[in-house]
Design a binder for this molecule. Structure first.
Ligand SMILES: Nc1ncnc2c1ncn2[C@@H]1O[C@H](COP(=O)(O)OP(=O)(O)OP(=O)(O)O)[C@@H](O)[C@H]1O
Length: 258
């Protein structure tokens, strides 16, 4: 596979070994401008390793990796550990990226955390921390936003709202998004393309198509059916109102034989 400059990031035949154990095997992947791609897979599938490799934090054992020159990345890690004895409020945490106060205030307001700027970072709830971490990533004005399990530790209602927010941010800022998730049904409406990973790429495509793919079903067994019905319900309403238009219409095409 050749990796062209039209992509923000691309990998061809990417392999990663740890202690002679192959954890990622011949991964081909591209991420285009304004595209939202979700990596999904069971525990130990190599999702974080793949993200770290794409970010340049992990050396591949084989294969080729390409990033657009000068690509601005905003990375939201699974978690951050802030030393309990180090006093740090949210405003200071956000300013660590050396951005102007006005940008910090504007981004905090955009994410609804402006009321938390004076609060100690250690005291935030899971949902508040999630938005603060996203604000920090956005303050880099990223062309590619990378989110590793961004909804972990947050209740399901807030998770759905968070994924809607990610899609809005992509629409407003025009950045590409690469995210990791365990839960296809939660990210379906927020994702353009899914890559189902289990050491190798098991299947890939639009979320509706992946949810029906035998490789995906084999990997997740009967354990991931709960949200699909909910998703299909929302989606049916949109289908009646907005035929083949915008993001809902695009998803409809994939789900037409459901
Ligand atoms: N630095 C490392 N050294 C040795 N093995 C590692 C290292 N990092 C990850 N691994 C192993 O590589 C495999 C893939 O791990 P990775 O964290 O990428 O999976 P994941 O899909 O992100 O898992 P999870 O969903 O549990 O976060 C696991 O077996 C893990 O133990």
């Amino acid at each position: 596979m050749s990796i062209s400059q039209e992509f923000l990031i691309g990998a061809a035949g990417l392999c990663v070994d740890f202690d002679e154990r192959r954890v990622l095997d011949r991964i081909d992947l591209t991420l285009g401008e304004r595209e939202i791609v979700t990596l999904i897979g069971p525990n130990g599938a190599g999702k974080t390793t793949l993200v770290r490799t794409l970010l340049g934090l992990q050396r591949p054992s084989a294969g080729r990796l390409s990033r657009r020159p000068g690509l601005r990345l905003g990375y939201m890690p699974q978690r951050v550990t802030v030393d309990a004895v180090m006093p740090m409020n949210v405003a200071r945490f956000l300013r660590l990226g050396a951005r102007h106060r006005a940008a910090v205030a504007r981004t905090a307001a955009r994410l609804g955390v402006e009321g938390l700027l004076g609060s100690p970072i250690q005291g935030l709830s899971g949902g508040e921390m999630q938005r603060v971490l996203l604000a920090r990533a956005l303050l880099r004005d990223p062309q590619l936003l990378v989110l590793d399990e961004p909804a972990q530790g947050v209740d399901v209602g807030l998770q759905a709202a968070f994924y809607r927010l990610i899609r809005q941010i992509r629409d407003e800022q025009g950045c590409g998004v690469l995210m990791v998730s365990h839960d296809l049904h939660l990210v379906m409406a927020a994702t353009d393309r899914v890559i189902c990973l289990n050491g190798h790429v098991c299947c890939t495509g639009r979320p509706e198509a992946v949810s029906r793919d035998p490789a995906y079903r084999q990997l997740f067994g009967g354990t991931d059916t709960r949200g699909l019905a909910v998703y299909a319900h929302d989606h049916d309403h949109a289908h009646d109102v907005l035929p083949a238009m915008g993001e809902e219409g695009a998803i409809d095409k994939g789900g037409s034989d459901a």
